[in-house]
Design a protein around this ligand. Structure first.
Ligand code: C2O
Ligand code: CU
Ligand code: CU
Length: 574
């Protein structure tokens, strides 16, 4: 919408002088049976203008799902979009088959029925589409919703929790509109800010402690949240749930995919107004939202400038402080919950992942993108993780732009960023965080527990949706190496010879000559993966000979990965 904005600016008018709009509050569903219908619709972001959108149970965005820890939920997601998509429960610890990643496609006209137990603690999660190469389009057009998880511990704290009154959901997004007021996806010209799909929003808030649940649901833009007058607020939750204690802040940076819950004390302020803002002028170069998203002004990134949101401070939501409610919360608690961060000494495995765009220079924002040198290949499992592993991942960013790194299935703790402790607002459970540009790195620690699935992978990726669609995504499976020991015949998809072996090599040969071996893993009697090998593309066939001389005498399991299946067999080295 660059041209429109600049014509308005030339005329001395900005969109901010438009009438303010009442902030929409998404409806809630608080039930163990949840029906969601994905549909096409229209929405009026601008007075008198109609924009084609996608929504859940409505024209735009989706209902807020209220889930309760330790309960079972049964969700029906019906896809009436006329095109395939998926729905992913971002941040939740659930099995790969319920996770809604790109492999769990909901074909048009069909219903997907995930059923799972809510295992996460009280937190703010969200759901959004995740179809390979279409995530940005489906999210930009409007599919996204919040998930509020409640639990018994949070219920005992003196916190605001009346939805839409003193506990307010805020889905903050920027979008790009074309001259006909239609949403442009895969765009670097996102110049319209909205909250809950309301442009130029205002809302009443009572003169007491108010809780805001912030989601950065933008495709690319990072926000540097703060209030007008630099009013202090208190962060009480990160992505994965409550912090140990409220953290007093005047700024809170959230990149795409991240959430935070904050408290703001409006006691005694009745009649005043306050702006929730992004102080983007304070961003260093290298962040999408700064004047220069690359390392400096010499790096003009195609499509990014000019944009009135880049490197300036702008309003996001006006808060009009009104009378107190009947039982107001008026104090900020001193203490919230106890967290038990994982210790580095508990880690069984270290991995390194390097983020890099395929094109350098000014095309950095426009893909393709890689992790460890490869773009997403839906048929390749990039990482195989033994169930119950505690791992340290070092994510390095070899590009001029910071990338928000997200992992499915788990919450992580950030050990360090560029070798330093993470900022206080990133301490606690996280599933997404910005890896600094220009060779910067982030080390995280997490444990892969409860869910194993040999065939359906979880994803890790950059949460800038254009980068995710451009291939900055990889796949991991969590395998339970002990699970299949006694049902080998069920997976008897290949021959293995000689077995037992004293030889240097063993050969695996698939029964189905049309399948191809893409990788194998060798698992020892303790269930540890002693080798995982992806087969070079020149050697991919229905047969593979692999060395066994490197393993000591004993019983092992061999897992053979094909494009579609995983087969397991026991073998013995003498
Ligand atoms: Cu919020 Cu893999 O995504
Ligand atoms: Cu996710
Ligand atoms: Cu990225």
């Amino acid at each position: 919408m660059k041209h429109l904005i600049y014509i308005l600016l030339l005329l001395g008018i900005t969109l901010n002088t438009n009438a303010q709009n009442q902030l929409a509050i998404p409806p809630t569903i608080d039930n163990t049976n949840i029906n969601l219908t994905l549909q096409n619709g229209t929405h009026s972001f601008f007075v008198g203008q109609t924009t084609a959108t996608m929504g859940v149970n409505g024209n735009i965005l989706g209902p807020t799902l209220i889930l309760h820890k330790n309960t079972n939920v049964n969700i029906n997601v019906t896809n009436n979009l006329g095109q395939p998509t998926t729905i992913h429960w971002h941040g939740m610890h659930i099995s790969a088959s319920n996770d809604g990643g790109p492999h769990t496609v909901i074909q048009p006209g069909t219903t997907w029925n995930p059923q799972f137990t809510v295992m996460n603690n009280a937190s703010t999660m969200w759901y959004h589409p995740h179809l390979d190469e279409f995530t940005d389009e489906h999210v930009s057009k409007g599919i996204a919703g919040l998930i509020i998880i409640k639990d018994a511990t949070e219920a005992l704290l003196n916190l605001p929790r009346t939805y839409g009154v003193d506990d307010i959901p805020l889905v903050v997004q920027t979008k790009d509109f074309d001259a006909n007021y239609q949403i442009v996806n895969h765009s670097n010209s996102d110049d319209i800010v909205m909250v809950n799909a309301t442009v130029n929003p205002q809302t009443d808030v009572p003169a007491q402690v108010v809780r805001l649940r912030l989601l950065n649901g933008s495709s690319q833009r990072v926000f540097n949240f703060g209030f007008s007058g630099n009013k202090t607020f208190y962060q009480i939750a990160t992505d994965g749930g409550l912090k140990e204690a409220p953290l007093a802040l005047t700024r809170l940076q959230l990149s795409p995919g991240e959430r935070s819950e904050i408290l703001i004390d409006l006691s005694g302020m009745q009649g005043q107004t306050l702006q929730l803002m992004s102080y983007a002028s304070e961003f260093p170069n290298g962040i999408y939202g700064a004047t220069n998203p690359g390392m400096g002004s010499f790096m003009q990134l195609t499509g990014y400038n000019p944009n009135p949101l880049n490197g300036t401070n702008y309003n996001i939501l006006q808060l009009n402080v009104v009378a107190q409610t009947i039982n107001p919360v008026t104090t900020i608690p001193n203490y919230l919950v106890t967290l038990t961060p994982l210790l580095e000494s508990n880690s069984n495995q270290a991995r390194t992942l390097t983020l890099r765009p395929v094109s350098g220079g000014q095309q950095q924002l426009n893909g393709d993108f890689t992790i460890n040198g490869v773009s997403l290949d839906m048929n390749t499992i990039n990482i195989t993780i033994p169930l119950n592993n505690t791992e340290i991942w070092t994510i390095t960013n070899n590009s001029a732009i910071s990338h928000p790194f997200h992992i499915h299935d788990i919450q992580y703790y950030i050990l360090d960023i560029n070798g330093n402790p993470p900022p206080a607002y990133a301490q606690g459970l996280k599933d997404t965080f910005l890896v600094p540009s220009g060779g910067g790195s982030m080390r995280i620690i997490t444990k892969f527990e409860d869910f194993a699935d040999d065939t359906i992978p979880y994803m890790y990726h950059c949460h800038m949706l254009t980068h995710e669609d451009g291939g900055m995504m990889g796949q991991f499976v969590v395998v339970d190496p002990t699970a299949n020991i006694d049902d080998i015949t069920l997976q008897n998809g290949f021959q293995l010879f000689p077995n037992p072996s004293k030889n240097i090599y063993m050969t695996a040969s698939l029964n189905n000559k049309n399948e191809k071996i893409t990788a194998y893993a060798v698992i020892n009697a303790l269930g540890q993966i002693v080798n995982y090998h992806k087969i070079h593309k020149n050697e991919i066939s229905n047969m593979y000979s692999f060395p066994v001389f490197e393993y000591g005498a004993g019983i092992y399991h061999l897992k053979i990965f094909t494009e579609k299946n995983i087969y397991t067999k026991k073998f013995m080295v003498k």
